[in-house]
Design a protein around this ligand. Structure first.
Ligand code: SAM
Length: 365
C-alpha cells in the first residue's frame, strides 16, 4: 500500500524515552503512551509552566536541563519526580505552577501545514461520529494530523484508523505530529497517500470493512460512492466542512446515492466565560465560526433509504435553478473546486518546512 506505515496491532505503544521502569521510583498511574500519561513528572515529559499572570511556557524535562527567563532560572531536577500540578520557584523566588499539557493544549499548539480541526469540533466528531473503542475508522484528509490523534485515542489499541491524504507534504507533517503525540508509530494507524475516491475501494476488496468514515476535505461529495462501498451496513458517515455550499452539495450527494439515511447537519459554538468575583459574564471575544458537521447512516447494502415525506422549498431542487449562473457555488454546478472557492489560502512549501522544523525542535524544547 502506497505510503502505508507498517503496524502490528499486538505491539504495545513504545513508551517515550526516560520512562519510569519498574522498581525505579513510584509506579506511573496510567500507561505511558507518548503524551497521554499521568503520575509523577518524569524525564522526557512535556510540562507547562504558568506564572502568576497566567503566561505559559512549555518545556521538556531533561537531565541537567534549565528553564531561563529574565527573572531567574528553574532547574528541571526540581520537577523530575514531583507531583503533576506542583508549584516550584526559580532561584529568585518566582513561582510557577507545573502541569502536564492536556490533549487539547497539544492540539491547539500543534505545528501545522493544513488547518486543523479544533478541539470543540473534534469532541463533537467523536460523539456524533460514534467513534467507539475498537472501531475501524477511515479518515481523509489527514492534514496536520489533528483529528487523527483524537480518533486514535478514541478507538484505542483494539481499533484502527486508516488515514488517506492526497498531499505527501501534509502527510509528512501529520506523521510527525502523530508520532510526537504518541511517542512512537501508533500500532493502530495506517496512512496512505492518494485520493480517498481511489484508495478507499482498494482497502475493502472482500466487502465493507469500515465502521465509520470521517471526511475533512474540500469536496466530500466526490467521495460518497467510495464511502458507501467500504462502510458496513449501519455505519456512520461524517463530514466536516467550512461553508454552506459544501454542506449543501454533500447532503444532496448523500440523498442522490440513495443508501444513506437523511443527513443531519449542525454547527457548535463555544462561548468562554470570564469568572471573577461578581464579574461573571461571557468573554468579549469568541470564535464565531469553525465549520459544519454532517452525519448520515449507511443503510443495509442494497436497501434504499426511506425518504422523509416533506415538500421541498420552491426552487431548492430545481436543476435549472441550481445551475443558473446567478446561483454559482450555491449547491449546483459540476465545476472543480479549489481552496480559494471557500476562502482558503493555499499553503506555501515554506510553511510546511517551518511546521516540520517546529515539530522536530518542539520534541525536546
Ligand atoms: C483541512 S485539511 C484536514 C485537517 C485535519 N483534519 C486535521 O485536523 O489536521 C484537508 C485535507 O484534505 C486533503 N484532501 C482534500 N481532498 C482529498 C481527497 N479527495 N482525498 C484525500 N485527501 C484529500 C487536503 O490535501 C488537506 O490536507
Amino acid at each position: 500500500m502506497l505510503g502505508s506505515m507498517s503496524q502490528n496491532p499486538s505491539e504495545p505503544v513504545v513508551p517515550a524515552p526516560g520512562g519510569t521502569g519498574q522498581g525505579d521510583g513510584p509506579a506511573p498511574r496510567a500507561p505511558r503512551r507518548g503524551l497521554d500519561r499521568s503520575g509523577p513528572l518524569d524525564l522526557g515529559d512535556k510540562v507547562q509552566l504558568s506564572d502568576a499572570k497566567g503566561r505559559l511556557h512549555t518545556i521538556t524535562l531533561k537531565p541537567g536541563g534549565e528553564f531561563h527567563t529574565h527573572r531567574g532560572v528553574l532547574r528541571h531536577d526540581q520537577l523530575i519526580g514531583a507531583e503533576d500540578g506542583t508549584t516550584v520557584t526559580d532561584n529568585h523566588g518566582t513561582p510557577y505552577q507545573a502541569l502536564r499539557p492536556l490533549y487539547s493544549d497539544y492540539m491547539l499548539s500543534m505545528p501545522r501545514g493544513a488547518a486543523i480541526i479544533y478541539p470543540k469540533d473534534s469532541a463533537q466528531i467523536l460523539m456524533w461520529g460514534d467513534i467507539f473503542p475498537g472501531a475501524r475508522v477511515l479518515e481523509a484528509g489527514v492534514g496536520s494530523g489533528g483529528l487523527t490523534t483524537a480518533l486514535l485515542r478514541a478507538v484505542g489499541p483494539e481499533g484502527s484508523v486508516h488515514s488517506i491524504e492526497r498531499r505527501e507534504d501534509f502527510a509528512e507533517v501529520a506523521r510527525e505530529n502523530v508520532e510526537t503525540y504518541f511517542g512512537a508509530t501508533h500500532p493502530a494507524w495506517d496512512l496512505t497517500i492518494g485520493d480517498f475516491q481511489d484508495v478507499a475501494p482498494t482497502l475493502a476488496p472482500e466487502g465493507p470493512a469500515v465502521d465509520r468514515v470521517v471526511l475533512d476535505m474540500l469536496a466530500p461529495w466526490e467521495c460518497i460512492d467510495a464511502a458507501a462501498e467500504v462502510l458496513v451496513s449501519g455505519g456512520v458517515f461524517l463530514a466536516y466542512v467550512a461553508t454552506v455550499t459544501q454542506l449543501s452539495r454533500t447532503a444532496e450527494a448523500l440523498r442522490d446515492h440513495g443508501e444513506f439515511t437523511e443527513p443531519s447537519a449542525w454547527e457548535s459554538f463555544v462561548r468562554p466565560w470570564h469568572l471573577e468575583g461578581l464579574a461573571v459574564r461571557p468573554e468579549h471575544r469568541m470564535n464565531a465560526h469553525t465549520g459544519f458537521l454532517l452525519t448520515a447512516r449507511r443503510t443495509a447494502h442494497g436497501t434504499t433509504a426511506m425518504t422523509r415525506v416533506t415538500r421541498p422549498a420552491p426552487g431548492s431542487r430545481d436543476e435549472a435553478e441550481l445551475t443558473h449562473p446567478d446561483n454559482e457555488g450555491f449547491g449546483g454546478g459540476v465545476e472543480e473546486w479549489g481552496p480559494e472557492d471557500i476562502g482558503e489560502r493555499g499553503v506555501a512549501p515554506r510553511k510546511i518546512k517551518r511546521a516540520l522544523r517546529d515539530i522536530r525542535q518542539g520534541r525536546d524544547r
